[in-house]
Design a binder for this molecule. Structure first.
Ligand code: 3HC
Ligand code: NAI
Length: 698
């Protein structure tokens, strides 16, 4: 066995003939914690001192270095070599340095690899600079080195999306020098062989920083950046980091390497100390914390889900089905009659055919995994069934009674209800422990959030399986408790109530929507209603001009689908324009109800829309409906378009200041009244104690 020298608690040095191996072992993802940096730095120097003729940097465990240790950001850590010192030691080493990559080389990890003279990877490896998703930019030379290797266009795309590219794409783009099939063992052999070749053939010590051809090709070319900015403007609206990443690549093109590094360092620090990155880094850990259910043991046995049943092939049932077949799990979908079934399956097929990421062959493969039926008896061999019929308690209860008779013992029975009492649904069966809520969001094949609703009697195994299956179908799952509307819709109701009230006082739909749009939401409540259709649940015969919605429907305004709703829509571009007719309807209605009209400021609109949500979030925590404050943020970011650069309603409230919010809620409560303005005792207490909502555990 090769001699092994411990360089730090996570890095060791080994020797294979002329080749030194610097091996990182810092589970779970080999992040660049201080001891990894120190070990790598010492490893380079000791390897050279020991007379090694080449050095391989390689990692134990499931991945190559997946980036800087995010948990060190903003905290105090022991003094150790900086990442830049590590990189210089690699780049300036007098012998070839080879990075051997498996798993994911991300962020600072890829930036370390970019300082090796060569890169060897397994075919399953992935590469990326995902800092943008943390509100950052690659701060260890990545912005200057990546474009020098892969070119400006690819660097722009990779750095502003954070996309992970495959080994194949990396090799094609010039990021990797050799790709081998297999796992870590094959990688080690291949990397040592590459090192031996480098020694034997005296391969040059290639420093990426010196390779200027690809960046020089664009010197003075402002167009490529202008075009790129235009192309991503809609997607990145409100975010600072994508723009800062672009500026760094501009520096790579127009400035000498060392100056480019300085620009990168300056912009990195600006982002790192700003509120957006703080929110996005908080959110990274929030999403991972949401996976953990404190009272469910890690080794809780899971139900083996090989086959899924979905009841109802409507808007939700079809989308839910797609999630499962996308990961190869067969689905039996049952409708009440053949016509509805055919209609539902045709929508699923159309969705696949429209999707650019699905080939014609994949469409057929996926459709072949779906079995349509009009008999619930076909659920008999399913390991889990998800009900997605109309939102009606009597109907749901009768269906669960039937499922109880049909489904095999131990099968998981889930309801996609968006607001009904999961306990009542569970109690319709003889096995309430098997029942749980799985609240998907529309469109269910696109939206990331899965708000799981734990019934009072849901078993540990059912809870654990629901979370595990969510991960399998690539959702962001949050486990919440039973209450009307659960976490997301319960808070949304508060916002909606206040939006309606402000219309009565003189604010316009466009004003209210634009306040939320400017805050960072993709749209406001009235645009959202137009999109969903104003006539959902509206019955012409019973309509009596008793709400704005009824009045709009009575006047033929059904929303986007007929080009007229709260707004008027251009037939071709679908652009929305505020309509004076609607504003007059609202004004007349408000005056007829005795509401005085006044100017409502944007600031008041913002406070009155968002503070009741914060207050409700606190009540949700008080009632232990959410496990932790950060879970509420995960629900809002993934399910309702809360801008991630503001962290979510709990993080945002903490950043505004709870004392400020409490005092405003008290003011509004006394001037406006209403249950949603009644101050949450928890919020009051946290404000008084200097506590936080985002870290509160219910
Ligand atoms: N720092 C600290 N902890 C990290 C981490 C990091 N960079 N990346 C992951 N972790 C932790 C997670 O919090 C999680 O901890 P937990 O088990 O206690 O909840 C654990 O590692 C496993 O993470 P995942 O659950 O996400 O595991 P997956 O296997 O699903 O994904 C991954 C692995 C693809 C590496 C994913 O964790 C990931 O994308 N990590 C972040 C990568 C990243 O953003 N890197 C850039 C960092 S910033 C940077 O490098 C700045 C530089 O330019 C100077
Ligand atoms: P939908 O009306 O589009 O679909 C319901 C389907 O169920 C219809 O195709 C209907 O034929 C079928 N169905 C009704 N009774 C049936 C029975 N006895 N047996 C078999 N099939 C039956 O409704 P949608 O929007 O898909 O909603 C379904 C559920 O999902 C509801 O509980 C709703 O609250 C919930 N939900 C809806 C969301 C949305 O945005 N549409 C979002 C999240 C949850």
């Amino acid at each position: 066995m090769a001699e092994s020298i411990e360089l730090s608690e996570s890095v060791r040095l080994e020797r294979e003939g002329d080749v030194a191996l610097v091996i990182v072992n810092n589970p779970p993802v080999n992040a660049l914690s201080w001891h990894v940096r120190q070990g790598l730095f010492d490893g380079m120097n000791q390897a050279v001192e020991s007379g090694a003729k080449a050095i391989v940097v390689i990692c134990d465990g499931r991945t190559f270095i997946a980036g800087a240790d995010i948990s060190e950001f903003g905290g105090s850590v022991p003094k150790a070599a900086s990442l830049q010192e590590v990189q210089s030691a690699m780049e300036d080493a007098p012998v070839p340095v080879i990075a051997a990559i498996h798993g994911t080389a991300l962020g600072g990890g890829l930036e370390v690899a970019l300082c090796a003279h060569y890169r060897v990877a397994v075919d399953s490896a992935k590469f990326g600079l995902p800092e943008v998703n943390l509100g950052l930019l690659p701060g260890a030379g990545g912005t200057q080195r990546l474009p020098r290797l892969v070119g400006v266009a690819k660097a722009l795309e990779m750095m502003t999306t954070g996309r992970h590219i495959s080994s194949g794409e990396a090799e094609e783009g010039g990021l990797v020098d050799d790709v081998v099939e297999g796992g870590p063992e094959e990688l080690k052999v291949a990397a040592i062989a590459f090192a031996d070749k480098a020694i034997a053939e005296s391969l040059p010590l290639v420093r990426v920083r010196d390779r200027n051809e690809l960046v020089e090709a664009h010197k003075g070319d402002d167009q490529i950046f202008a075009d790129f900015r235009k192309a991503i403007a809609r997607k990145t609206r409100g975010f600072l980091a994508p723009e800062y990443n672009i500026r760094c690549i501009e520096a790579a093109v127009n400035e000498p390497f060392e100056d480019g590094l300085k620009t990168e360092g300056k912009l990195f620090m600006e982002l790192m100390t700003g509120p957006q990155s703080a929110a996005q880094r908080y959110y990274f850990f929030a999403e991972r914390a949401a996976n953990k259910i404190p009272d469910i043991a890690k080794d809780t046995p899971l139900i083996d889900v090989q086959k899924v049943g979905v009841l109802g092939a409507g808007t939700m049932g079809g989308g839910i089905t797609m999630n499962f077949v996308n990961v190869g799990i067969p689905v039996t979908i049952v409708e009440r009659d053949q016509e509805s079934l055919d209609k539902g399956l045709a929508v699923v097929r159309k969705n696949y055919e429209r999707s650019r990421s699905t080939t014609a062959e994949q469409v057929e493969e996926r459709m072949a995994l779906i079995t349509g039926s009009t008999s619930k008896q076909d659920f008999a061999d399913c390991d889990m069934v998800i009900e997605a019929v109309f939102e009606d308690m009597d109907l749901k209860q009768s269906i669960f009674r039937e499922l109880d008779e049909i489904c095999k013992p131990g099968a998981l029975l889930a309801s996609n209800t968006s607001a009904l009492d999961v306990n009542k649904i569970a109690d319709a069966t003889s096995r309430p422990e098997s029942v749980i809520g799985m609240h998907f969001f529309s469109p269910a094949n696109v939206m990331k959030l899965l708000e799981n609703v734990r019934g009072d009697k849901s078993s540990d195994s059912v809870v654990a399986t629901t979370m595990a299956i969510g991960k399998k179908i690539k959702k962001v799952s949050v486990m919440v408790g039973v209450c009307p509307g659960f976490v997301g819709n319960r808070m949304l109701f508060m916002r909606g109530a206040e939006a309606e009230r402000m219309l009565m006082e003189g604010a316009t739909p466009a004003q209210i929507d634009s306040v939320l749009f400017d805050f960072g939401f993709p749209m406001g409540p009235f645009s959202m209603s137009d999109l969903a259709g104003l006539d959902i649940g509206w019955k012409e015969a019973e309509s009596s001009s008793s709400t704005i919605r009824e009045i709009l429907c009575e006047n033929g305004r059904r929303g986007q689908k007929n080009g007229r709703g709260y707004y008027t829509y251009d037939a071709e571009t679908r652009a929305a324009t505020p309509d004076p007719e609607v504003e007059q309807f609202i004004k007349d209605f408000a005056i007829s109800k005795g509401h005085e009209q006044r100017e409502v400021t944007d600031q008041e609109i913002l406070e009155r829309l968002l503070y009741p949500m914060v207050n409700e979030g606190a009540k949700i925590l008080e009632e232990k409906i959410a496990i932790r404050g950060s879970d509420i943020d995960v629900v809002w970011v993934n399910g309702y378009g809360w801008p991630v650069y503001r962290g979510g309603p709990m993080h945002w409230a903490d950043s505004v200041g709870l004392a400020e919010i409490v005092s405003k809620i008290e003011e509004y409560s006394s001037s406006l009244g209403g249950k949603h303005w009644e101050l949450s005792p928890l919020l009051k207490q946290l404000a008084a104690d200097g506590g936080q909502l985002q870290t509160h555990v219910g």
